[in-house]
Structures are given as C-alpha cells and as structure tokens.
Design a protein around this ligand. Structure first.
Ligand code: GAP
Length: 516
C-alpha cells in the first residue's frame, strides 16, 4: 500500500479510536487546530512524562518551570521574533492557495532524491546480492544527472535562504517549473515575508490596551526566568531549565494532520553553560536526545540528523532529529546552540544585569545556551505512525486483517482490558474485582460487549498491550488467560501474578535504564 494511503488510514484511525479529533468539528472545523480524545490524552501524557522525567529526574542539574503564555511584549522584540519570525510565502493566482516558498523548493529537492532512490531500487532488484549501491550511485548516468540537478538546486537554495533573497526564491520556483498541486499552473505571485505570531489585546479600554503575543515558543519564558531559578535554586553552571507548554504560530501551510499546527505544545530545555564550552555540550545533548528517541524501539535506521543550512539569527550550530514518517524524513526535534543571544538581548532591553558569577574564575559573564526543543504533537504523530500496523491473520480458519497499534507498552493509553467470557455466572463481578485491585497501578478497561475475538480486535486497535479473560475456571482456581497484543499468544496465569507481570512491561524505570 502506498505510504500516502497508510497515512490517510492512520488519520482516520486516530479519529475512530478516540485519539485525535478536528477542533470545532461540528462547526466544520478550524484549520490546523486539533483536540485529543480519551485515548489521545493518555498517550500524550505518557509522552510528556517520558520527556519530563528523563530531563528533570535523570539530570541532577536540570529543573523544571511552568511560565505563563502571556508575556511582556518587549520580550518578543528582544528575542527578534517581532522583526524576524517570518516565513516566505507565495500564492498561486489561479487556485488562490498559499504556500511556503522554501517548502515548495524542498519538495522539489525531495523529488530528485526520489528519482535516484527509484533507480537504485530497480537495479537492486535486477542484480540481487551482487548489487553494489555505492558504485551504482557513482556511475549510473541517470542517477548522476539527478544528483547534479540536486546539487545545483541545493546550492542555489542555500544561498537564497542565507541572503533572505525573496526574488531569487521566486526565480528558483520558476526556473524549476514548480507547479501548484491544486491548479497545476505556474502563475505565482512574488514571494513575501509573513510574521507567524498571533497577537491579541490585553486590558479593558481600547486606549489603554496592550498588544501582546501568544508565545511562538516556550523558550523565552525560560530565558526571562533564568535569574529567578539560578538564584532561588542556587544553581551552578552548567544547569538546565525544562518546560512543557503551549505555543502558537499562524502557519501559512498547515498540512499533514498534527505535524504542523497553529496551536501546539512544546517540550523545551535550555542548558546554560560557560562560554566556549557550548559546542561540547551541543554534541552531548545531540547524543542524549537521539538515544531518548531510539530507546522506544522504533528502529535506529528510521532516525537521522539533519544539519541546518541556514542558521537562525541566534544560533552558532543547529541540527534536527528527523524521523522517517510515511511522507518522508521530517523534523521531530531541534537542537540548537543559541550562544548568549537571548540572555544578552533581555539584558539590553530590560536594563537588568543577567549574568552568572563564576566562583572558579572570579568573574561574571552572560552564559551560553544549548537548547533541545521537541513538539509534543509531532512526537505523538511519530509514535502513532511508527505503531500503526495492518496484519494478515487467521481467524476461525479464514484469512483476516487486523489493525493493531504496536505502541511501546509504557506509552499505551490503556495498559490492560479485563473481559468476562460471558455476562453471567459471577464472571463480570470477578472481572470487576480484578480491576479494582489493579486500577491504582494501571489504566484498566472493563469490556464485556461482543465476542472475545471482537473485543481483542477493539483493544488491538487502541493499542492495549494485555487482555485478561475471566472464565469459569477462574472462579475455581483464581487463574485467568492473559493475551499479548503483538504475538496474540495466550497464557494461563494466577491473578496474583498479574500485577508484577504487567508492571515489568510498562515500567518507565526499565525504559530509563536504556538511556544510560
Ligand atoms: N525554541 C526553538 C524552537 O521553537 P523550532 O524548530 O521552531 O524551534 C521546535 O520548534 C519543535 O517544535 C519542532 O522540532 C517541532 O517538533 C515543534 N513544532 C514547531 N512548529 C510546530 C507546529 N507548527 N506544529 C507542531 N509542532 C511544531
């Protein structure tokens, strides 16, 4: 099945099983804004716990805060967001659709990559084990021609971005013959800059109202609290401040479900270091963060680093952690060495000294910062995309397809479903008794409707790792059947063993042990 079709199915599945709903759906929805349903919120909370604990519990020198969304408007002037938080936009005059000029060009680059990959795949099929991919890529004329086009476009694109040359971006789109996917035409407007911040008024009278912004990143709430935390926590450099919270961006192109939203949540950590040591810390955090992703077991080959072509105005190094989504490798997390830009700017604009007194050097300086920044929603999409499976199975001697979310058990919204085989003979009461015993440890679900087979499928679709069936034998010997989601195998176990068995599989501690 084409990756695009799988993605469509995933989106439908998220709605059908209470993971993600379109915001304001009964009013026909609101663009790029989503709500999380009863299962979605549990998965989201588990992702947040994995991140928060891995930062704040596992690092003695990282503490958390929760700053307000509304902040003094000068903060956004100081941070550069008022003047420079822009995306280059272009409109197609025929379809009246708006695009990001840089994204159109990136998609064109991806097309050249796809063409090369197709040639490689074809040759691989033809030559089998004897195939030497490196040699093929270096000698095949069609691959070389596409590589040359890719190199030329890439160089031109980087130069245009670095020079913020909007006319050149338009020229590239024209020279590459890029068409609007809706109208199919090349009838483009000029490229313009578009500021992504939402604003609103604070205060009751029109005259006295203050124009404030909905924060486009949580990081600034950390920077402006640097002194508060450092002093009250008696923190010594190097140390970090972590925060999880909402951020808002008026995205021009909001596509691909919850990948790019207008209201989303970020998990950010700013690590304050001595100037000159920031690039070592940058490397350390790169490693720490890629290990965090890999520990979930979705396959190391599905992650890669992407080094930024154009550095943001505040950075001296930056990489993205990318995951192979059904629509290609895309950014999940950014790791940035932000220098002393933000603290220095806040020092300048607020007139307050924002420095660290280094007892070893006997002098004060503005610390440098390494930031790790990941979107909760994007991580959520990564987890569900990696977990969604359609499998051929045998059911009552017939071939059938089951849809199963192979979520890491530690992140699964519901850990176990308890099911009485029939709705009589004291089996429902026994099932409730088991839930009453386990519900303080795990999120449990009671399910008595339909056949056991249908109930298993329903739980597979949610991603519940364990199903426990209570039958007549249970009443006699206090044993139940436990069925494992991924293997579909079943085992007879004592009720008394359930807690330890499940706890071992859904333990955060076990996951954290992999991060060492
Ligand atoms: N403080 C740095 C910062 O905000 P960013 O690369 O713009 O950097 C960091 O954003 C992360 O936030 C991204 O890697 C992505 O996971 C998430 N993110 C950014 N914009 C988003 C959007 N419109 N919708 C969902 N997630 C987004």
């Amino acid at each position: 099945m084409a990756q695009e079709d799988i993605f469509k199915k995933l989106v439908a599945h998220c709605k059908e099983y209470g993971y993600v709903f379109q915001s304001s759906e009964i009013y026909d929805g609101l663009g790029a804004v989503y709500d999380y349903g009863q299962n979605g919120v549990e998965l989201k909370n588990n992702i947040k716990k994995y991140w928060w604990d891995s930062m704040v519990l596992l690092h003695e020198n990282v503490v958390g805060i929760d700053s307000a969304i509304f902040m003094h408007p000068t903060i956004w002037k100081a941070s550069g967001h008022v003047d420079a938080f822009n995306d280059p936009l272009i409109d197609n005059k025929d379809s009246k659709k708006r695009y990001r000029a840089d994204v159109l060009i990136e998609e064109q680059l991806a097309k050249y990559e796809e063409k090369m990959d197709k040639e490689v795949a074809k040759a691989q099929k033809r030559f089998g084990d004897a195939f030497d991919e490196k040699q093929f890529r270096e000698t095949n004329p069609r691959v070389l021609a596409n590589q040359e086009k890719w190199n030329a476009l890439h160089a031109r694109f980087s130069d245009a971005l670095n020079a913020s040359d909007l006319a050149e971006l338009k020229q590239i789109i024209e020279d590459e013959g890029i068409v609007c996917p809706i109208s199919g035409s090349r009838n483009w407007t000029d490229v313009r800059q578009f500021n992504l911040m939402f604003s609103t008024d604070m205060g009751s009278t029109a005259d006295g109202a203050l124009k404030i912004y909905l924060r486009p990143e949580t990081a600034q709430g950390i920077f402006v609290n640097y002194l508060n935390v450092q002093k009250t926590g008696r923190m010594k450099l190097p140390f970090g401040i972590a925060q999880i919270g909402k951020a808002f961006r008026n995205e021009i192109v909001a596509r691909q479900f919850i990948f790019r939203m207008r209201e989303f949540e970020q998990m950010e950590m700013q690590f304050f270091v001595k100037p000159g040591t920031e690039l070592d810390w940058f490397d350390k955090w790169k490693e720490t963060r890629i290990n965090w992703h890999r520990a979930l077991g979705f396959g190391d080959e599905n992650y890669r680093f992407h080094v930024h072509e154009k550095l943001a105005h505040y950075a001296n190094a930056a990489v993205d952690v990318e995951y192979k989504f059904p629509f290609g490798f895309k950014e999940v997390e950014g790791i940035h060495s932000r220098t002393d830009f933000d603290l220095s700017q806040h020092q300048k604009y607020s007139g307050k000294k924002i420095q660290y007194f280094d007892p070893e050097l006997g002098e004060s300086y503005v610390p440098y910062v390494v930031e790790t920044s990941i979107g909760v929603d994007r991580m959520f999409l990564q987890v569900v995309a990696a977990s969604y499976c359609e499998e051929e199975v045998e059911s009552n001697g017939k071939k059938d397809t089951r849809v199963v979310m192979k979520l890491p058990p530690v992140l699964a919204p519901v850990k176990l479903a308890v099911m009485p085989l029939v709705k009589k003979d004291g089996l429902p009461e026994k099932a409730r008794e088991i839930i009453d015993d386990l519900k303080f440890d795990f999120n449990c679900q009671y399910d008595e409707k339909d056949s056991i087979g249908k109930r298993y499928r329903r739980q597979d679709a949610i991603g519940t790792p364990f199903c426990v069936t209570v039958d007549h034998q249970t009443l006699e010997d206090q044993t139940v059947t436990i069925r494992f989601r991924d293997t579909m195998e079943q085992e007879r176990v004592a009720i008394a063993e359930l807690k330890n068995m499940i706890a071992d599989q859904v333990s955060f501690k076990k996951l954290f042990a992999k991060l060492k």
